[in-house]
Design a protein around this ligand. Structure first.
Ligand code: FAD
Ligand code: NAP
Length: 313
């Protein structure tokens, strides 16, 4: 059994920033870093919108944030929480092999990639199908690839792959992108250069291939009822993320899995007193590194105020 005054779940921008503020408030925070130390950004290449860094790799940025939190005395524990009990005080968290007790909890567990849900997608996962272009794009150098989606992730992935792959087919179910205009403009430049081909008003109906050599193509179904096979060896699914909140489903108020905040006198307070949430797990809209860090800062300050008012710190 391990005990803490403030436990933070997650070591992404939200968790690390919460730890920096909690440590500086003298709360000796503990971070349980979960399955992805450093969070989602460690899977991406250039970050160009983190203030003060014109361009930095996601991995390097998260190393800096984790180092900062560690330098202030934050204890990092490599573990993943699988269940929780908020019925009494202290709050209880359980992993496969350990039980944790804490007076205040900050949930900063982020969100997971969303998949298309096709049987052929599951069949070729890791053998031609990926949700991380920056992790796996290297394996498709000079090959033909497809990116599915129309948001910032899909367009960033398509641009990243356009520098590696022979051809990138960007497959989107509408004819308008959800992504920022700057990214859409850059994609259009690559279309003119012949590196990216837009496949619009189309959904992936099936991923084609065989067990031995992996993916050989996709079958796209268009809104007008037609279908087309596009030969590719790599398919990058970039259609959004689902909040990592399932362990709290029956414990906290959520909306489509997004943890609801704003309870009590705390902007980051959840429906259970003493439990706070920060970052993508509670954000239906912005989901950026900087907004996650911002809410991490808020959650640490809210937790500090809560502990003070409860006479604990
Ligand atoms: P995450 O970074 O997702 O971290 C979640 C943490 O929670 C992880 O450490 C994980 O291990 C931990 N965790 C999960 N479950 C548990 C559990 N049960 N127990 C304990 N710990 C757990 N944003 C930008 O601002 N600029 C960009 O250029 C940019 N590029 C992106 C590129 C890609 C490909 C993607 C997918 C996202 C990008 N984003 C970008 C968005 C950005 O990554 C997120 O907004 C940000 O990482 C969210 O931070 P977070 O701390 O809330 O969660
Ligand atoms: P997103 O913004 O939710 O976009 C998801 C895209 O996938 C949408 O275009 C959506 O289509 C499509 N889609 C969803 N389900 C689908 C399905 N079943 N089949 C086919 N297409 C489907 O997700 P995201 O692009 O991963 O971005 C997540 C967050 O991270 C955003 O807030 C984004 O701003 C941020 N991010 C930022 C950067 C950056 O700043 N450079 C880079 C990457 C991500 P519709 O448009 O038709 O709904």
């Amino acid at each position: 059994m391990k005990t803490g005054k403030v436990i933070i779940l997650g070591s992404g921008p939200a968790g690390c920033t919460a730890a920096i503020y909690a440590a500086r408030a003298g709360l000796s925070p503990v971070i349980i870093s979960g399955p992805v130390p450093g969070g989602q950004l460690t899977k991406t290449s250039a970050i160009e919108n983190w203030p003060g860094e014109k361009s930095i790799s996601g991995y390097d940025l998260m190393e800096k944030l984790m180092d900062h939190a560690k330098s202030l005395g934050t204890e990092f524990i490599s573990d993943t929480i699988v269940s929780a009990d908020f019925s009494g005080r202290p709050l209880v968290l359980r992993s496969e092999n350990e039980t944790y007790e804490t007076q205040a909890l900050i949930i900063a567990t982020g969100a997971e990639p969303r998949w298309l849900g096709l049987p052929s997608e599951a069949k070729f996962m890791g053998n031609g199908v990926s949700a991380c272009a920056t992790c796996d794009g290297f394996f498709y150098r000079d090959q033909d690839t497809a990116v599915v989606g129309g948001g910032n992730t899909a367009l960033s992935d398509a641009l990243y792959l356009a520098n590696l792959a022979r051809q990138v087919y960007l497959i989107h179910r509408r004819d308008e992108f959800r992504a920022e205009k700057t990214l859409a403009d850059r994609v259009q430049e690559k279309v003119k250069e012949g590196k990216i081909t837009l496949v619009l008003n189309a959904e992936v109906k099936e991923i084609l291939g065989n067990d031995l050599s992996g993916v050989s193509g996709i079958k796209a179904a268009f809104k007008d009822g037609t279908e087309k096979e596009i030969p590719v060896t790599g398919v990058f699914v970039a259609i959004g993320h689902l909040p990592n909140s399932s362990i709290f489903a029956n414990l906290l108020e959520t909306d489509h899995g997004i943890v609801k905040t704003g309870y009590g006198a705390y902007k980051t307070g959840t429906s259970v007193p003493g439990v706070f949430a920060a970052g993508d797990v509670q954000d239906p809209l912005y989901r950026q590194a900087i907004t996650s860090a911002g809410t991490g800062c808020m959650a640490a300050q809210d937790a500090a105020r809560y502990l003070k008012e409860a006479g604990i710190a």
